[in-house]
Design a protein around this ligand. Structure first.
Ligand code: SF4
Ligand SMILES: [Zn+2]
Length: 346
């Protein structure tokens, strides 16, 4: 059985949760360092028909596909989702909007060309909104889509974000089952840059089948490889989402989410090497069984420091992290590769 068939089998057993179609799957306000400026950010996850890749199997760690709508929403319903989300920012006078669809904003099967322009025009005409980010798989970035977006944005800054996960085609294929290449990512970034659009890469620390040390080395190399093509790199720490291949491995005690110490070390080294690249990480679920963690004494503090670093880009915040469990992590880096994939500690 191929990796994709295994993921698809797990997907077929999962039910999609019902949510009213005029409400986004999720939306929230936060703050972020946007190319050097600390800004309020409204994040919107639209309910659409969903990621075409995920519906046919897709990525081993991804539970976002279950955020898609049970039946394809109409264009009016998606527009209503945007208005519902914007209400969250009604007391803000300056903010950025990040658009996710649990798929690709530029895939016309999820958001039609007309609706895409309508959404971006709506955002660009709001004087309070200073920039927009939209996530997409790279295969949907082409000159026509870019021209449409730039027309609608009316000179406001636009950024495309890609779930690159790793610069290794082998790991992206055999561990993540992502279905595009590093070259596809590079082409999208180069074309975007030629048209004045910013690029952001999401990387994934410790997808399945990698030891803690291999995972660290993979991200360190991926940052080096991706940095020339993007302004911002955000590193997600693999957590255990419902209805995923990663969850099945975790239930079988074959997967442990990464240590937060690994992230601390990656950020310290990478910031020194790439001072001009904005490095971000939000360790979702930190400290929980399904999330990245150290010991119970330091997980929340270290995760907060990682978030604080992401806002300030100041490595001194990370240098102050300390706990006895660091020694255990160092031992795990030495030994994890010898256990043929079984975690040493759960
Ligand atoms: S990670 Fe992105 S590309 Fe992969 S299945 Fe999920 S939504 Fe689709
Ligand atoms: Zn600790």
């Amino acid at each position: 059985m191929t990796l994709n068939q295994e993921v698809l089998e797990i997907r077929n057993r999962q039910r999609i949760k019902f949510k009213p179609m005029d409400e986004p799957a999720a939306c929230w306000l936060g703050t972020d360092n946007i190319r050097g400026e600390i800004l309020d950010v409204l994040t919107v996850i639209f309910q659409t028909s969903g990621c075409y890749w995920g519906k046919n199997g897709g990525c081993t760690m991804c539970g976002y596909v279950y955020d898609s709508a049970a039946k394809p929403p109409s264009e009016d319903e998606i527009s209503a989702q945007l208005e519902t989300a914007l209400l969250r920012a009604s007391d803000k006078d300056k903010f950025m909007v990040k658009i996710f669809t649990s798929g690709s904003f530029l895939d016309v099967r999820e958001i039609s060309r007309e609706l895409r322009s309508k959404i971006l025009s709506r955002l660009s005409q709001d004087d309070r909104i200073v920039a927009v980010l939209a996530e997409t798989r790279p295969e949907f970035v082409n000159q026509t889509a870019i021209d449409d977006c730039l027309d609608a944005m009316n000179n406001k800054p636009l950024e495309f974000a890609y779930g690159l996960e790793t610069s290794s085609d082998k790991i992206r294929k055999e561990s993540i089952n992502k279905g595009f290449s590093f070259n596809d990512f590079k082409k999208a970034c180069v074309l975007s840059k030629e048209n004045g659009i910013y690029s952001k890469a999401y990387l994934m620390l410790k997808p399945p089948f990698l030891s803690e040390k291999e995972a660290m080395e993979d991200i360190q190399k991926s940052i080096d490889d991706a940095a020339p093509y993007v302004e911002t790199i955000s590193i997600n720490l693999c957590n255990v989402q419902n209805g995923t291949f990663v969850e099945k491995m975790w239930e079988n005690k074959e997967f442990r989410p990464p240590w937060l110490w690994s992230m601390v070390e990656i950020l310290k080294t990478a910031k020194e090497k790439h001072p001009k690249t904005y490095l971000m990480s939000d360790p979702v679920g930190a400290g929980s069984k399904r999330g990245p963690r150290n010991c119970k004494n330091c997980s929340y503090d270290v995760a907060d420091r990682i978030r604080e670093f992401s806002k300030t880009q100041d490595v001194r915040i990370l240098e102050k992290c300390d706990c006895d469990c660091r020694l255990l992590w160092e031992k795990e880096l030495l030994l994890d590769g010898l256990t043929f994939g079984s975690p040493i500690r759960d």
